[in-house]
Write a protein that binds this ligand. Sequence first.
Ligand code: SF4
Length: 87
Amino acid sequence: MVTDVPIVGRSKVPGEEEDGFMKVVADLDKCQGHGLCRMSSPDVFDVTVDEGQVIVKYDGEIPEEFEDGAALGVESCPEIALAIVEE
Ligand code: SF4
C-alpha cells in the first residue's frame, strides 16, 4: 500500500540503514579510578583493583537495556573520562 501520510516513530524502512547504537569510550589518562561510574551503573562499568581504572564491560555496542545506565555512568564521572559515541 502506498500512502502520502508521513510515518512517525518508525525505526526502519526497507533499504534504510539500521538504527545506530551506543558505545562508551574511556580516556584512561583521565580516569582516577574512584568508581563513581560503577556505583551509578554496575552493569556497564567496573574498576580494576590493581590499577584503579575503569573497565567498560561492553567493548562495542551497549545493550539497549543498559543505555540509560551507561549514560548515567558517563554523567557521573567528575574527570570527564567517559564519553558516549553514537554510531
Ligand atoms: S568515575 Fe570516571 S574517573 Fe572515576 S573510575 Fe569511573 S571513569 Fe574513572
